[in-house]
Ligand binder design. Sequence first.
Ligand code: ADP
Ligand code: PHD
Length: 524
Amino acid sequence: MQPYSFITNHPLFVVKIHKSKIVRKESSHQVYKVPKTYFSRWTCSVTPKSNTQTTLREVFSSEPKQLSDQKLDRIVCKFGGSSLANAERLKEVGKLVQMQLENSQRYPIVVLSAMGTTTNELLQAGELALKEGIVDISSIRKRAYLACEELHLSKEDLVDPLLTTLDQLLLGIKFIKELSPRTKDYLVSFGERLSVRIFASYLRQSEGLPTEPFDAFDLGFVTNSHFTNADLLEESFPRIRECFERLVQEHTLAVVTGFIAKDKQGNITTLGRGGSDLTAAALGAALGCSEVQVWKDVDGILSTDPRIVSDAIPVPFVTFQEAFEMAYFGAKVLHPIAMQPAMRHNIPIRVKNSYNPEHPGTVIKSRREHPSENPVTAISLKRKCHLVDIESTRMLGAHGFLAELFKVFGERRVSIDMIATSEVSVSMTLDPKAFDTRDKEELEVELSKIASVQFSGEKAIISLVSNVSRSTEILARSMQVLWKENIDVEMISQGASKFNISFIVEDNHADAAIRALHKEFFRH
Ligand SMILES: Nc1ncnc2c1ncn2[C@@H]1O[C@H](COP(=O)(O)OP(=O)(O)O)[C@@H](O)[C@H]1O
Ligand SMILES: N[C@@H](CC(=O)OP(=O)(O)O)C(=O)O
């Protein structure tokens, strides 16, 4: 070991930095590898000057943040709840991680969702505590205990501390009779925090891999305070890089919680249901990884929802824009916002099947190299939408009408999906997730000041993600098929995006419409 090269002047610690590849731990003081951004391949020892709680993290957070724009030669592998249902599945996922390591000789960065349906169960437990005053985490405890037992892990160290806190939280909900969006986010965060600890421990103990669990908020994920559906702040990206370089050593296999983050006040937030895909894409983008793999329970993105059409076929390639349209218009396979960071940083996403790893899956990239023969790439469906017909009560051609209209929706954060306008009337569909009965009442009151308004529910948007330059052919074939099936089309939208032609039909006609259209474009 070479002599110390210099000693930093931190008020609480003696920090000695010296050149070495070896990371050691000594009894009197701890030795850490210094993040590459500061001193490449240098180690440092930190000895508290006095009895203080200050952590090493705080020492370094006072250092200047110099981020390199180097690419990280690793990939991100995200596994969703459907891949992590039980101990057996965790073992399979363990094999996939090992396989990745063997292929590339680099540790992948693993992002995990909660196991199976844990998130739903946590939300149900919250509602039960609130409404019935019953605190019951038996299903969550059972899944975590079973996983620990079958993977030969100590539940006392690994999951009991989190489960005890969860119990206390539910008691709090029961007595205070409050389950605010902020509390909901804290509540559901236990799912991901449990799964990374169990999986990282399993890989370390059974497979001997240098695994470490991380909560995403410790790796720089910062959001606004829109609890249950928070937006990742732009400043997260340099922070993620800085935190990762500081906290994750080159020979560490990081297992990171998907879905959760913190706001600037330090409250736990979530990125919206299915938000772990976004965690993976954001990590990939922030670190400049070569690929983000999203492992599901299907052979990639399919031509349509396999729950409606059982012989839907995997699509080998889609562009980011196409995948975005599909996700936004209902194909639940990928979170719509998840792709944005990867798209912006030009990092390919590969959707793979953890139950069928040999299948190549779907690659999502910026550009298509060869135009596809089929004018339709995939068909997606968004159910339970509201159709709003608005007719201006003012004179023809009054300016500012649309501006006023959009302001009313914007102020209530209600998203408009599809829109069609004429001189005096506007029809639009509203995202069912961002819209409830109170919103409807408020919108009716506000809109009726400038227009006559009619709401109708139970509508479905069917979107043909397609090559819109062939729209005449697509429309002709689609209308023919729907006409034969006796299905009325209530609204059509084409042109806003160059990748999507959408129709509105009655919700109870949606399945029949999807089957007929799928047969026409994929199975004729
Ligand atoms: N076009 C589509 N292609 C593939 N899967 C789809 C499509 N539309 C809906 N799905 C559904 O999405 C599911 C996978 O997404 P999700 O359940 O969120 O996975 P995970 O929880 O593993 O992230 C599939 O099981 C399938 O039922
Ligand atoms: N566990 C969260 C986040 C998530 O992304 O899950 P999944 O990857 O299983 O869709 C949810 O259920 O919404």
